[in-house]
Design a protein around this ligand. Structure first.
Ligand code: WT7
Length: 655
């Protein structure tokens, strides 16, 4: 653990928030999950999860619900066998729902595709046959870097069908980031597209993946979906067009059953060091919790609801709440390829109106952006179909919460503020829309079957009204099973802080209010949250010092009105480098090229010194004070206490 961050000042107003919104009795009357679920789950947690697992179709029954004897490595539904893709696709067709639309796909340029469950079964089967024809066998890793096109979902499900482990890499990540993820997982195949639509224009995709795969010895084949029709470089023998490989494949594929603990995917996320962690998820427990939470938190009625999660499949939200949860539940959903303001700022509302979307799940950063664009924009559309609104990715400030309810939810739709992580696999803390009296800014309560606590440094639960660290004190079905290739880091990162108590340390600060509801307060480690994306300060610092002009760098997340946090970098330049605008631009672009545009610093401030403790640790807390224009806090532990004066006066001079 490095130095503790302060809580985000944007959240100060949480302490004064006291509004409460009870559920509408009509909603409660028809809700999927009632108050009694909490007590039922509490009485026998394992029996509760076994009951939820029966939402799925199993090929062999488990002999044990939970084996925690190898803690912190859990096994759920021991001995159970299933095929995840069959659960997400085939069984809905077999149940007579083949004609139900699974995906209303909306392309950014306006092209659309409605895919029924029967059609999805054909597409996934053909893709599975295609991947098998490349010689891939269960357990092999497949990397996927694609925009939000239907083939991305077919690919993930085809992997699941064959027992291949997918590693989806967000489309906005750089070639270097893709390369390190491919290398770490030793992926044999990469699936990508020629290009992608971004803000109304085609942008390259394969150029970046070519740069990455020029140096990835494990990659044998690159499968390329034609999306934009742009010109691409072609490596004969390695590259293969999707349409050449998949189109002629048989439409039938006989699925195999896999063990409940068979790995389903790896998803990389930032930690407190420069090296991303490959979070491992498995099949039975993951799909159980994905399906249950999607049913419970969003109150999904698969026959009548139209669901839309605005995440990208490159993140865990896209995995669990676009692909696995909704499809396991037989939902009809919208999948949108593009940005929210292409071609105009009402695009989301237009899509909701057109498809009669009833459940909408998005991120606070986007809600704040909509607020900035103005309430008159959603007002032009018919949003009366909306009945549940979700939020995820970062704490939602009460102002945005209330705006969301008023202007998008017409003052009636319940808001579910869902707390979870890449590591937890599925939602852990959230209101239930028919049960909870919601409070703007609070995720409130662990779901039935889940246990979370706010504890102090010693692992003792704090009293109501008190603050501390969020821990998960009982194993849960969709918990990560480890970090790919690094069991030591898994123990160290999550389980060493409260080793004695056996708690999972989430890395978030939290508090209880007087009613015992949980309020999340942001990360307490060196992980930033920018627009709901997790970025490590160390990763950005490494990118900066990899540039020849930079001698030293320190990065902090500073409160930002729209993005939650913004990246502010303090750099010391080498000898002759000039501290001017062009240097700053070069460095911002360099970080974008090294990691991806999401990691581009909001500000790069050139300084002569950095505040360090006597042991040489950078005191980010003090830099955050500068970045947030606050009076600089306690400097007594600095090796040189005049450093902060130097930094502050230097910045004033250059301003
Ligand atoms: C971190 C996990 C879960 C999918 C998206 C992010 C923050 C997430 C909330 C929320 C307050 C939240 C936490 C968490 N976070 N949801 N509702 N309220 N904070 O997944 O990239 O793994 O990031 O996001 O800090 O630790 P992730």
């Amino acid at each position: 653990m490095t130095e503790q961050s302060g809580q985000s000042p944007a959240l100060d107003n949480l302490s004064t928030e006291s509004r409460v919104f009870p559920p509408d009795p009509a909603f409660t009357g028809a809700a999927n999950v009632r108050e009694g679920a909490y007590a039922e789950a509490e009485a026998d947690r394992e029996a509760f999860w076994a009951e939820q697992a029966r939402r799925l179709t199993w090929d062999a029954e488990w002999s044990q619900v939970l084996d925690w004897s190898g803690a912190p490595f859990a096994k759920w539904f021991v001995g159970g066998k299933l095929n995840v893709a069959v659960n997400c696709v085939d069984r809905h067709v077999e149940a007579g729902n083949g004609d139900r639309v699974a995906i209303h796909w909306v392309g950014e340029p306006g092209d659309t595709r409605d895919i029924t469950y029967a059609q999805l079964k054909v597409e996934v089967s053909k893709t599975a046959n295609a991947l098998a024809s490349l010689g891939l066998v269960a357990g092999d890793r497949v990397a996927i870097q694609m925009p939000m096109v239907p083939e991305a979902i077919f690919s993930m499900l085809a992997c699941a069908r064959l027992g291949l482990v997918h590693s989806v890499v967000f489309g906005g990540f750089s070639a270097a980031a893709l390369r390190s993820r491919i290398d770490d997982a030793e992926a044999r195949v990469l699936i990508t597209t020629d290009g992608q639509y971004r803000r109304g224009a085609p942008a390259p995709m394969k150029d970046g993946t070519d740069e990455a795969t020029a140096h990835t010895p494990s990659i044998e084949k690159v499968v390329v979906v034609r999306r934009t029709g742009s010109d691409v470089q072609w490596t004969e023998g390695r590259d293969v067009w999707w349409h050449d490989l998949v189109d002629g494949q048989p439409e039938e594929h006989t699925p195999e059953s896999f063990d409940a603990e068979h790995p389903l995917f790896i998803l990389y996320t930032s930690g407190t060091t420069g090296k991303p962690k490959g979070i491992q998820h498995t099949s039975g427990g993951y799909l159980t919790q994905a399906a249950y939470t999607h049913h419970a938190v969003f109150d999904l009625k698969p026959e009548t609801d139209v669901y839309w999660c605005t995440a990208d499949i490159g993140w865990i939200t896209g995995h669990t709440y676009i692909v696995y949860g909704p499809l396991a539940n037989g939902a009809t959903q919208v999948v949108y390829e593009g940005t929210p303001n292409t071609p105009h700022e009402g695009r989301h509302w237009e899509i909701i109106q057109q498809h009669r979307v009833s459940i909408y799940y998005t991120a606070p950063t986007l809600i704040r952006t909509f607020m900035k664009w103005g309430a008159d924009i959603p007002e032009k559309y018919d949003l009366s179909s909306l009945r549940v609104l979700g939020s995820v990715g970062e704490p939602i400030n009460p102002e945005a919460w209330v705006w969301y309810r008023e202007h998008i939810g017409r003052g009636t739709a319940p808001i579910v503020d869902t707390w979870w992580q890449t590591e937890t696999g599925a939602i852990m803390i959230s209101p239930l829309p028919g049960v909870t009296k919601t409070k703007p800014g609070s995720a409130q309560r662990a779901l039935p079957g889940i246990s979370a606590k706010v504890v102090d440094d010693n692992g003792v639960e704090v009293a109501h009204g008190g603050g501390g660290y969020l821990v998960l004190d009982k194993p849960w079905p969709s918990m990560l099973r480890g970090i790919w290739g690094d069991p030591e880091r898994f123990r160290d990162t999550y389980w060493s802080r409260y080793a004695e108590q056996g708690f999972y340390f989430a890395g978030d600060g939290a508090k209880y209010d007087a009613d015992g509801d949980i309020w999340l307060l942001g990360r307490v480690d060196d992980v930033m949250n920018v627009s709901g994306h997790r970025i490590s300060t160390t990763e950005v610092e490494s990118a900066l010092v990899s540039h020849p002009t930079v001698a030293e760098a320190a990065v902090v997340g500073a409160a930002d009105e729209t993005t939650g946090q913004g990246i502010v970098a303090f750099v010391i330049l080498r000898g002759t480098a000039k501290a001017d605008d062009s240097t700053v631009k070069v460095l911002r672009d360099h970080v974008a090229a090294e990691i991806g545009p999401i990691a581009k610093p909001r500000q790069v401030l050139v300084v002569n010194e950095l505040p360090k403790t006597r042991s040489g640790k950078i005191m980010r807390r003090l830099l955050r004070d500068v970045a947030e224009n606050r009076e600089v806090g306690d400097t007594t532990t600095l090796a040189d206490s005049t450093v902060m004066d130097l930094i502050s006066s230097g910045l004033k001079d250059s301003a």
